[in-house]
Design a protein around this ligand. Structure first.
Ligand SMILES: C[S@@+](CC[C@H](N)C(=O)[O-])C[C@H]1O[C@@H](n2cnc3c(N)ncnc32)[C@H](O)[C@@H]1O
Length: 277
């Protein structure tokens, strides 16, 4: 993938992290796991329990294996294929789960996936990924899942909402610019950004899948102050890059928000989805 990378939120600008590096993924993992809808996770577990032996889960954009960890201890009963284009993240996943013979790692670019990607799979999963992809990418994926009768669990798809308890007069303007940035190409064509969940739902229903949805917002309080700070830096950089907000306004907003990172709670909207036939 070309360009700058960070979280399912991807930014470029003066503030830079090294991309989807493990430090950033680790920073967000506790908030991600708390946010995932546990009712939907239970449905996934029941779906796989009914699979009579065919329990290979293919995790797209797996990073260091957060979805695997989110399903522990049940995850240990299933086979996992972790797919990512970043070999360093896959090495880290292997290191963390060296004792599990049930995990295989596959380095692959999802924009040009190998035919063998879904071989023997019962379920495809992805987390914090589909807001980065285009509608045409999802249409191809859903068509492949329909042909092979594989279910889909897609967690933590950003929906465009960032809301703080302590309101700042520039919140709406900065978040709107950030959401414009979220729709820029992240390596898969024009990204769906906040539209990922409704588009994915439509595509799946057109192919005869039953689709269950649940909100999975981050609820960030002072215990997540560092995650809030990194997120604020990212939002500000992305918003500034669009040119839709005056640079001085972005700087004011960033400073005020950083000062409030320990006092103002923040909600970031996401949705989880589970689809099966
Ligand atoms: C926001 S991270 C999410 C990682 C993990 N699913 C999690 O929840 O922690 C997005 C992941 O997608 C991977 N990724 C992005 N573009 C990709 C592509 N074209 N092919 C394969 N993996 C990709 C990144 O390397 C990264 O690990």
């Amino acid at each position: 993938m070309a360009g700058e990378r960070q979280s399912s939120f991807r930014f470029s600008g003066r503030y830079r992290m090294t991309g989807f590096d493990k430090t950033w993924l680790d920073l967000r993992e506790a908030a991600d796991h708390a946010a995932r809808d546990h009712g939907l996770q239970k449905q996934v577990i029941d779906h796989l329990a009914a699979a009579h032996g065919q329990t290979l889960v293919v995790d797209l954009g797996a990073g260091t294996g957060s979805t695997f960890r989110a399903f522990l201890p049940e995850a240990l009963h299933w086979r996992w294929r972790l797919v990512d284009n970043d070999p360093l993240l896959l090495i880290e996943a292997k290191r963390r789960h060296a004792g599990s013979a049930r995990i295989e790692c596959m380095e692959a670019h999802l924009d040009a996936p190998a035919d063998s990607l879904f071989f023997e799979a019962r379920l495809v999963t992805a987390s914090a990924l589909f807001d980065l992809v285009s509608e045409s990418f999802l249409a191809r994926l859903v068509s492949e899942l329909a042909q092979t009768n594989i279910g889909l669990y897609a967690a933590l798809n950003y929906d465009g909402v960032c809301r703080w308890d302590e309101h700042h007069p520039l919140d709406d303007e900065v978040v709107a610019a950030f959401n414009v940035h979220q729709r820029r190409d992240k390596g898969f064509g024009p990204a769906l950004g906040p539209d990922a969940t409704p588009v994915l739902r439509r595509l799946l229903e057109e192919q005869g899948f039953q689709v269950a949805l649940a909100p999975s917002p981050w609820r960030l309080d002072k215990a997540h102050a560092e995650l809030q700070r990194q997120f604020i830096f990212g939002i500000a950089s992305a918003a500034a890059e669009t040119g839709l907000v005056e640079e001085a306004d972005v700087n004011d907003w960033r400073l005020a928000r950083l000062q409030q990172a320990e006092s103002s709670d923040c909600l970031v909207g996401h949705w989880d989805l589970f689809a099966f036939r």
